[in-house]
Design a protein around this ligand. Structure first.
Ligand code: TXA
Ligand code: MG
Length: 334
């Protein structure tokens, strides 16, 4: 049996399969099998009230999971699927509470990775629901995996099969937009920016997310302050302050690792663990989680992260770094 057929058989048997996507690897289960979905929570150590995204082969499957679908959903799906965008819509009554965390909405996404799409299509053709519930394939509160090796490191034999689709091209989790309210609101920034979404929706302005989160915002584990965290403490430092911070902290006897956009200047070249993730936002996002993992393994006392530029295209990276700095080195719930 080839890997894809094996993955389909495992999903149908209620087992967990790690799947590559263009954003991060997912820990997948048959979305129509609540017992299988419950195993995801056990494997991740994730609290039961955190909802999961259902991955579908194409937008023709929307009605199977969602109801009262607004035009904006079809417009966004046509523009960005397959791709790194998750739509939050009102759910069909048949969708399990295990997936939605008991909420009246469901998150849906068509992933832009050939192997994920092939699996979703094969699963659907083999009589499965055509939906794979999958959070990122990391232990709760830890860094999302962007390679099959990372998944092995996170979950080991807690997963029946890891489909290796190579390194994730995007590298950070999908943009999440909630279309279940009167006005659309971005719940999690990602590679698809607010500007790109606004350009497509035009007549339907986005709600200011800072206002939305103070009102009845749904539970989003990615919106917990401490998230995406390595074990080593992280401190964000403005680029101009980096040389002095390095000198001061070193003189205190601390061993340091550095995550920057570019290689170290000659004067700092003897810095022991310096990683350059990329000078543009897309390549930085692509490298970010692998770089944080690598620096975490360096077992330094502190990871200094150069603050990214305050430009819109860096917003998603800035979001993940801020959360990593808030959560690093702390024992997280679950
Ligand atoms: O790129 C991604 O989105 C990856 C890949 C595997 O698709 N998945 C991912 O899943 O990041 P996860 O579970 O780590 O993050 C999904 C986020 C969570 O913060 C969850 O709370 C939120 O989506 N979410 C899911 N369903 C929701 C809903 N009905 N309402 C609000 N938020 C929801
Ligand atoms: Mg996650």
């Amino acid at each position: 049996m080839d890997r894809l057929a094996q993955a389909v058989a495992l999903l149908k048997a209620g087992e967990l399969v790690a799947i590559p996507t263009e954003t991060v690897y997912g820990l997948g289960a048959d979305a129509s099998n609540p017992a299988a979905v419950a195993r995801i929570f056990a494997a991740k150590g994730r609290p039961a009230d955190h909802p999961l995204i259902v991955h579908i082969p194409d937008s023709g499957h929307l009605e199977r999971w969602a109801r009262d679908i607004p035009t904006a959903a079809h417009t966004l799906a046509a523009a960005f699927w397959p791709g790194p965008l998750t739509l939050i819509l009102k759910r069909q009554p048949s969708v399990s509470d295990v997936i939605t965390g008991g909420q009246d909405t469901v998150g849906l996404r068509v992933p832009g990775h050939p192997l994920a799409l092939a699996l979703l299509e094969a699963f659907s053709a083999a009589g499965g629901s055509g939906g794979i519930a999958a959070p990122s394939a990391n232990r709760f509160g830890r860094i999302s995996p962007t390679s099959a090796e990372h998944v092995r490191e996170e979950l080991g034999d807690r997963v029946a099969l890891i489909l290796d689709g190579g390194p994730c091209t995007v590298g950070i989790e999908s943009t999440i937009i909630d279309l279940s309210r009167e006005q659309p609101v971005i719940l999690r920034p990602g590679a698809i920016s607010a500007a790109q979404i606004e350009a497509v929706l035009r007549s339907l302005p986005l709600c200011d997310p800072t206002k939305a989160t103070t009102t009845a915002a749904p539970r989003v584990s990615g919106s917990l302050e401490a998230h995406y965290a390595p074990r080593t403490p992280i401190r964000l430092v403005a680029p101009a302050d980096l040389p002095e911070a390095l000198q001061t902290l070193r003189s205190q006897g601390l061993s340091l690792a550095v995550l920057a956009r570019t290689p170290p200047p000659a004067a700092l070249a003897e810095a022991p663990h310096w990683l350059a993730a990329g000078s543009d936002a897309a390549s930085y996002a692509h490298n970010l989680y692998a770089a944080l993992r690598q620096l975490d393994h360096a077992a330094a006392d502190l990871i200094l992260v150069e603050t990214p530029p305050p430009a819109a295209e860096w917003q998603a990276v800035q979001d993940r770094l801020t959360r990593a700095a808030a959560g690093a080195g702390q024992e997280l719930a679950g």
